[in-house]
Ligand binder design. Structure first.
Ligand code: PGA
Length: 243
């Protein structure tokens, strides 16, 4: 894993967006893996800005999001489909059909998971996957204890994750209990990964990622075994790092 030290959230967002833009400009049909949550919002703002300036086109880009809540449809402001449309897709020139987010409304969720894997395969896999990290080390919604050999699957959300995400909902009760997520193996199959870490509250997770063992108890630790991971971490997130 390569560490890219940045000063703050702004710089993290700038650097990450630059990696994405370079990939989009380099490849004929780039395939991006995208994330939601607070961490990537600044990246999406940068991408929209660059698109507006005419510096980049996403017309040939395809995207796969990491995860989606079960039971929320794309019109629900708390769904990740809605988040992606609002924060990125509707502001850039990517064709709607090129944007994929698991559908948590499908009756047969297992089938949806299989189809998602199939779609990724048809696009020859993900060129660049952007990740955040949960306080408990989850990547996507792969919570501690998830087998490291999973493909896209349905998960029960950890209570701590529901609490962490309750800030986006009116109450904790409204946070869904299940989600669909790319599995660890799906994420690890990406050719390149950028992991964004910002703020002091993520410092412990970053320390564990860098210095802890590879274990299912801390799913992000598997990234230690991926050949092409860049961690873009700001000063506050690095505050527990040994010099
Ligand atoms: P955050 O979430 O970006 O909202 O901190 C990251 C995650 O839980 O993966």
């Amino acid at each position: 894993m390569e560490m890219i030290e940045v000063e703050d959230y702004q710089e993290m967002s700038r650097v990450a967006s630059q990696f994405i833009i370079e990939k989009v400009q380099l490849l004929d049909n780039p395939v991006l893996g995208l994330a939601t949550g607070s961490t990537p919002e600044g990246v999406y703002k940068q991408l929209i800005e660059k698109r507006k300036q005419g510096n980049v086109s996403f017309a040939n880009t395809s995207t796969f999001n990491l995860d989606e809540y079960v039971g929320l449809d794309g019109d629900d402001p708390n769904s990740y489909r809605y988040y992606m449309n609002e924060k990125l897709f509707s502001h850039i020139d990517i064709p709607g059909e090129n944007t994929r987010v698991p559908n948590g409304m499908k009756k047969d969720l297992e089938q949806e998971c299989g189809q998602y894997e199939q779609l990724i395969k048809e696009k020859q896999g993900i060129d660049l996957q952007m990740l955040g990290i949960g306080l408990n080390g989850h990547i996507g919604f792969n919570e501690p204890g998830t087998s490291l050999q999973t493909r896209t699957h349905v998960v029960e959300l950890a209570q701590s994750t529901r609490k962490a995400n309750a800030r986006f909902f009116d109450s904790l009760e409204e946070v869904p209990e299940q989600a669909i997520t790319m599995g660890i193996e799906t994420i690890m199959a990406s050719r390149e990964i950028i992991l964004l870490v910002s703020g002091e509250r993520k410092a412990e997770a970053l320390d564990r990622l860098l210095n802890g063992p590879v274990t299912e108890d801390f799913p992000a630790s598997i990234l230690q075994t991926h050949p092409n991971v860049k961690i873009i971490a700001d000063r506050a997130a690095r505050s527990l790092m040994k010099k």
